[in-house]
Design a protein around this ligand. Structure first.
Ligand SMILES: Nc1ncnc2c1ncn2[C@@H]1O[C@H](COP(=O)(O)OP(=O)(O)OP(=O)(O)O)[C@@H](O)[C@H]1O
Length: 375
């Protein structure tokens, strides 16, 4: 079942929760809706489910307008962060619930229900706890049972709203791998809401990044990671360092004389403000060479003092305070601290010490221009 979302808007009072959202989801796809708290993820999911009505726009299931179709008729399954199982029922009865509640003419007999429930319990690898009550399960087990219960009625669409949000980091990681495997077996069209970028990038076929009720970007995890469409996407997807600069002669001049290639075919007007975003692992770090008369130290990189080094396992995380030369009048070195990540082995080989001056050079950056602000 494919889903087409056409121009969907939703207001709560004067607040625009969703503004003209358009999205096509292919049959059998697993989509992650990713964005910060309050960006409209849950509202969009509830509109797709039929739990909320859009003010404008429409939802289509395989081309058929379902905007006015009741939630019960849409054939969607839900799993929510705190989707409480029925406490007084066993695991088995929880999963059987949806089947037993079907109208008499559609309801399978008890033998069929039993076979179906046991099949689902073995799919979520919990057939050995069918007789337990929810209070006797771990949080991760409860969410797997909630998923089995949602799947029991064979939904055409599965909607998951932060299903692992309340679980600890290790269990979350296990469950998202498990969810991906389950999806590969079942191919139910699924939409997964999360504010955790790692979760979205790891689980989904396609990531849809929402910001303030609008889609900022959609693409495969690799596409959004390698080619973020906006500063928002770039900084939301992971740690970044921000360096301010300006376009000049087809290049980007950052403070201190460091220059980067200008992205795209048409460089903007000289003087256009630019922002270069650099991920910590894309910064090359070396010890500052001694200054010579011709070349001041750090002219080909950014000079910075190593304030703190945190070496845990294979990675050394370096916190650097930019400085050592005077930034030009309208440029700053960097908004705050510079964060770099290098292999721990390299850190030990270079024998870096806190307090010494280093030079950092971006290997790779994402540059965005403040168009219209050029001089
Ligand atoms: N029934 C409602 N009445 C008024 N405002 C609402 C209602 N439902 C949602 N909102 C507001 O709409 C915005 C979007 O809410 P939504 O729950 O979709 O965000 P979200 O991206 O899922 O956030 P979170 O990750 O925190 O769950 C929020 O600012 C929220 O306060």
């Amino acid at each position: 079942m494919s889903i087409e979302i056409r121009n969907v808007s939703k207001q709560f009072g004067s607040f625009h929760a969703l503004q003209g959202v358009n999205l096509d989801i292919a049959s059998g796809e697993l989509i992650a809706l990713l964005g910060p708290s309050g960006c409209g993820k849950t509202t969009l999911l509830r509109i797709i489910a039929g739990l909320e009505t859009p003010d404008a726009g429409s939802i289509h299931f395989s081309g058929q307008d379902t905007t006015q179709v009741h939630v019960r008729e849409r054939g969607v399954g839900f799993v929510f962060q705190h989707y409480a199982l029925f406490r007084h029922m066993t695991v088995f009865d929880n999963v059987a619930f949806g089947l037993r509640m079907k109208p008499r003419r559609e309801r399978p007999n008890e033998a069929v229900i039993r076979a179906k429930v046991m099949e689902l319990l073995s799919l979520v690898q919990l057939d050995w706890i069918a007789d337990r009550h929810p209070s006797q399960l771990s949080g991760g087990q409860r969410q797997r049972i909630a998923l089995a219960r949602a799947l029991a009625v064979e939904p055409k669409v599965l909607l998951l709203d932060e299903p692992f949000g309340a679980l600890d980091a290790k269990v979350r990681k296990e469950l998202r791998r498990w969810l991906r495997r389950l999806h590969d077996e079942l191919h139910v069209t699924s939409i997964f809401v999360t504010h955790d970028q790692e979760e979205a990038l790891e689980v989904a076929d396609r990531v849809v990044v929402l910001n303030q009720g609008r889609i900022e970007q959609q693409g495969t995890p690799q596409q959004v990671w390698d080619h973020p469409a906006s500063p928002f996407v770039c900084s939301f997807l992971g740690d970044v360092n921000l360096f301010q600069g300006r376009a000049s002669g087809g290049r980007i001049e950052l403070a201190g004389g460091l220059s980067l290639d200008s992205p795209g075919d048409q460089p903007p007007l000289d003087g256009t403000p630019a922002r270069a975003y650099v991920r910590p692992h894309d910064l090359e770090v070396r010890r500052a060479p001694p200054a010579t008369a011709q070349q001041p130290a750090g002219a080909d990189g950014i000079k910075a003092r190593l304030a703190r080094a945190i070496v845990v396992g294979p990675i050394a995380r370096l916190e650097l305070i930019p400085g050592g030369a005077t930034p030009s009048a309208d440029n700053t070195w960097s908004d705050t601290l510079i964060e770099a990540q290098i292999p721990a082995q390299q850190f030990h080989e270079l024998d870096l010490r806190e307090g010494e001056t280093l030079v950092v050079t971006p290997r790779r950056s994402q540059v965005f221009f403040d168009q219209g602000a050029g001089i």
